[in-house]
Design a binder for this molecule. Structure first.
Ligand SMILES: *Cc1c(COP(=O)(O)O)cnc(C)c1O
Length: 369
């Protein structure tokens, strides 16, 4: 890779000396996983930072989705959106659940609550919305529908680390929310993830399920899986938690620069902050209107690439366009006009805590000319 390549993101990594000190402790204790000391401390620290009552750590962000569906006995059909990372729908497939795609609200990228009711059938058991780019879904309307029809709500909150609405964590919405601490996310532990739940009993159930279903040395209460986070990642999480606010602020500054520079550019659209929302600036999506901009999304995407700027087309293609899901009745473009349009026009520009001013200028100049 050439040296002046600009990447879409870069992992949040702790100071190596501090990390080494913690590794030293793990080596001394010789306790590397199974609810070790750093694991316990990391769960407690996350609850406090995220303002949530209970959290269960996982080894990635996909297993909490799969485990949430197991814990709530979800079956039949689940309503979700195709404008996400494939793991959202894959988690349904791995549970033998039929995904039913509903279109998105173009104002947020999240599920359009007004289209949910017509997708409900006698087989529907849950809704799995996604806080895409960390933009909060219309949670109140979603909950009203769920309550009316007796459905569970599991939020894929992989992008929503630290997102608050009027001072309240978005992670307290619905029945459960899942997080990803993958290296590409705002807050990471190399691989990692978590499930946010609202009561001690459910936390206990999740902790059993992520440990093969073991409730004691000889007692297995459910067919669980191995989803446990180890001590090395927990240590990294504890250290990264100390610097994540600074990283989010650095990303915020990048977003401010992009907005200032791109606002006058015709045919390039983007979102401003939502009132009352604490954002995490995990992504900076722009939407290309080819007729006004004079270039299609793909033309701009490849032009950026030629200039060694690796932007990403998140989320293109839609999940409903992948071979596994293409045949589903709800996977048609006619059913998903807003998601189709967004997937066809989006580019996520590079944004991370170490992006340099001169790199931001290079990106902006490339888009302007
Ligand atoms: C990253 C991501 C996941 C999966 O998380 P992993 O930690 O990579 O398993 C799930 N859903 C969304 C929307 C994501 O972006």
């Amino acid at each position: 890779m050439s040296k002046d390549m600009i990447l879409v993101t870069t992992p949040l990594l702790p100071d190596l000396d501090e990390y080494y000190q913690m590794l030293r402790e793990i080596w001394d204790r010789k306790w590397v996983t199974n609810n070790g000391e750093f694991h316990q401390k990391f769960e407690a620290a996350l609850c406090e930072y995220l303002k949530v009552p209970y959290i269960s750590l996982f080894t990635n962000g996909t297993l909490p989705l799969i485990t949430a569906l197991q814990a709530l006995n979800i079956s039949g059909e689940v309503i979700t959106t195709p404008y996400s990372f494939v793991a959202t729908t894959h988690s349904l497939w791995w549970n033998g659940i039929k995904p039913v795609f509903v279109d998105i609200d173009p104002a947020t990228g999240g599920i359009d609550p007004e289209r949910i009711e017509s997708a409900i059938t006698p087989k529907t058991t849950a809704i799995m919305p996604v806080h895409v780019y960390g933009k909060p879904c219309r949670t109140r309307e979603i909950q009203d529908i769920a309550d009316k029809y007796g459905l569970k709500v599991i939020y894929d909150a992989a992008h929503a680390f630290g997102i608050e609405v009027d001072g309240n964590s978005i992670l307290n919405e619905g029945d459960m929310s899942t997080l990803s601490f993958h290296g590409t996310k705002v807050f990471g532990t190399t691989e990692g993830g978590a499930l946010v739940v609202h009561d001690a009993k459910m936390k206990q159930r999740i902790d059993y399920l992520k440990n093969f279903g073991f409730a004691g040395e000889t007692e297995v209460v459910a067919p669980g899986i191995n989803g446990k986070m180890d001590e090395l990642r927990s240590a990294m999480g504890l250290l990264n938690l100390r610097q994540v606010d600074a990283a989010i602020e650095a990303r915020h500054q990048v977003a401010i620069r992009y907005r200032e520079a791109l606002r006058p550019v015709e045919g390039i659209d983007f979102w401003d902050d939502m009132p009352g929302v604490r954002h995490n600036y995990g992504y900076f999506p722009i939407f290309v209107d080819a007729s006004k901009y004079g270039m299609t999304r793909d033309e701009l995407f490849y032009k950026l690439r030629e200039h060694r700027i690796l932007a990403r087309r998140y989320f293109y293609p839609l999940i409903s366009d992948f071979s596994t899901y293409r045949g589903l009745p709800s996977a048609t473009r006619e059913n998903l006009p807003n998601a189709t349009r967004m997937a066809d026009t989006v580019i996520c520009l590079p944004i991370h805590h170490e992006l340099k001013e001169k790199d931001i200028d290079r990106i902006i100049n490339c888009i302007k000319h």
